[in-house]
Design a protein around this ligand. Structure first.
Ligand SMILES: [Zn+2]
Length: 505
């Protein structure tokens, strides 16, 4: 970290929720903070300052992704024609086949893909915690990458044996003692990576007794954890036909389960529903749950690409009645790219389409009610609000952390749009190739359109290790991918599906 002057750029700044375009402005970064913004900033000693010429560039706040599983890199390209439950077998529960080393390379590559796409903060729903080392290696990778993240440590149903000729064996204790001792260790050690990697909790199994949920939240709060995240998809549960062969298992599970409230109601009843909770997806949420969520100040994350593909229903981030608490996420970069601008575009144009259809059905001429400014805010300041860091990230302001993305406004796709409307240029015309520079926490992580080399941490405490170029990272990632595929040979998908119905219900 040092002093950086971004000179003469077109800056997308904020005044509250209004986006304000500042032409020919400088931004002075000292350490990890924005020190000053203005025209023709003068510096007492320019020799110690790195100057980045931003003429012909658009300078944007870094984007914030509020739902992602960063460990899944090795499975990229596998799910393009899959629906949700098929992805769960071929993707979600494949963490069984990952060693801690595989998690490290998957996580590092996932973090770097995000930075490459201009994302500077990610809420990482880390549902791959097979052992303490799976968690610590993921954190080591996140800290090494330079990305700002919330590592949301998540208990999962852990497979013990998976073959084709017997039901999947799994650990029936969702929350064993080692899981709690790891939580304690991580909580006492956090944050990691110079403060960039914070600890959160991911939790998806609300079939456990309420006392367990209360106790878990209390333990987390005692450790200073202040972000909780959970998947919530009402539509899918309503619409999914359960194969008859699995129905018996499903009913068997329900018989022994406690009365299941949905997570919004349960957290409300436990007095745990507030602005520290992010619900992922919420497609098809009941009106009463939506009102409860809003009334308690909880947030949600829409991930348009996975939701539209995997039958979760219509993304709801742009619904006027819900958008105040909305933000945007990637979900699975194993299914789609980490380009958050694509998620914003898909989400917005889909929502405009829904409004158009309603207007046509009402015999009205369609209008464009959903505007670019709201779209930009979903990916920036509203993401910051979702992680309760709106005073530190999500917009370009003096004293905020220096998380900044610089676009080449003279690229073939952006050149005229940037003259007409810089906000439209970024939101509708830019691609990842137009992102020249990404700065996270005052450190340049991408420049001249390429990710810079990364110095790996020797441990989660941050001792410096080897320096790797992207070529070497890709090589190690492919080796890991080969190991994971080999490990998964002979594991019958039908047995995996049985396991999922039995554990998730
Ligand atoms: Zn997810």
């Amino acid at each position: 970290m040092g002093t950086i002057l971004l000179q003469g750029g077109t800056v997308l700044a904020h005044e509250g929720d209004r986006v304000k375009v500042l032409c020919n402005h400088d931004i002075l970064i000292v350490g990890n903070r924005i020190e000053d913004i203005g025209q023709g900033l003068t510096l007492p000693d320019r020799s110690a300052v790195r100057v980045i010429d931003c003429q012909g560039k658009i300078v944007s706040p870094g984007f914030i992704d509020t739902h992602h599983h960063l460990w899944q890199s090795q499975m990229g390209g596998r799910f393009g024609n899959m629906k949700f439950m098929d992805y769960m077998v071929a993707g979600n529960i494949q963490s069984f086949n990952y060693t801690p080393e595989d998690i490290f390379w998957g996580q590092l590559a996932g973090c770097r893909e995000s930075i490459h796409a201009g994302v500077t903060t990610v809420v990482d729903h880390a549902h791959m915690t097979y052992s303490p080392e799976h968690a610590t290696e993921a954190i080591r990778a996140s800290a090494s990458s330079g990305l700002r993240t919330f590592f949301c440590y998540t208990p999962i149903w852990r497979i013990k044996s998976w073959t084709s000729d017997a039901p999947v064996e799994f650990d029936e204790d969702l929350l064993p003692e080692w899981w709690f001792s790891t939580l304690e260790f991580l909580g006492r050690s956090a944050p990691f990576g110079d403060g960039r990697v914070r600890l959160g909790l991911g939790f998806d199994d609300f079939k456990v007794p309420k006392e367990t949920v209360r106790d878990l939240w209390a333990r987390c709060r005692a450790l200073g954890i202040s972000l909780f995240t959970t998947h919530f998809v009402a539509n899918y549960m309503k619409s999914t036909p359960i194969p008859s062969v699995l129905l018996t298992i499903y009913l068997d599970v329900l018989k022994y389960s406690h009365i299941v409230l949905d997570s919004v109601s349960l957290l409300k009843e436990c007095a745990l529903l507030n602005s520290t909770v992010i619900f992922s997806h919420i497609n098809g949420i009941a009106e009463s749950d939506a009102q409860t969520l809003l009334a308690h100040g909880a947030h949600f994350s829409s991930t348009p690409e996975t939701e539209l593909q995997m039958g979760l229903g219509e993304p709801v981030a742009f619904r006027p009645d819900l958008s105040s608490n909305a933000s945007i996420g990637i979900d699975c970069h194993s299914n789609n790219s980490s380009d958050i601008l694509t998620q914003l575009r898909l989400g917005m144009q889909h929502a405009r389409g829904v409004e158009n259809v309603q207007a046509i059905e009402n015999g009205e001429y369609p209008n464009v009610n959903i505007k670019l400014e709201g779209m930009f805010n979903l990916g920036t300041i509203q993401g910051a609000r979702a992680v309760n860091m709106a005073d530190k990230i999500g917009s370009i302001e003096v004293n905020k952390l220096a998380d900044i993305v610089i676009f080449d406004a003279t690229s073939p796709g952006m050149v005229c749009a940037a003259e007409e409307d810089p906000l439209a240029a970024v939101l509708l015309h830019a691609n990842v190739g137009d992102i020249e520079v990404v700065i996270v926490d005052g450190v340049v992580r991408k420049e001249c359109g390429k990710l810079v080399d990364v110095q790996l941490y020797g441990g989660i405490s941050g001792s410096p290790g080897e320096i790797l170029h992207q070529r070497e990272i890709s090589k190690r990632l492919l080796e890991s991918r080969g190991r994971i595929i080999e490990q998964g040979r002979g594991q019958d998908a039908g047995r995996g599906m049985e396991f999922l119905y039995k554990t998730f219900g």
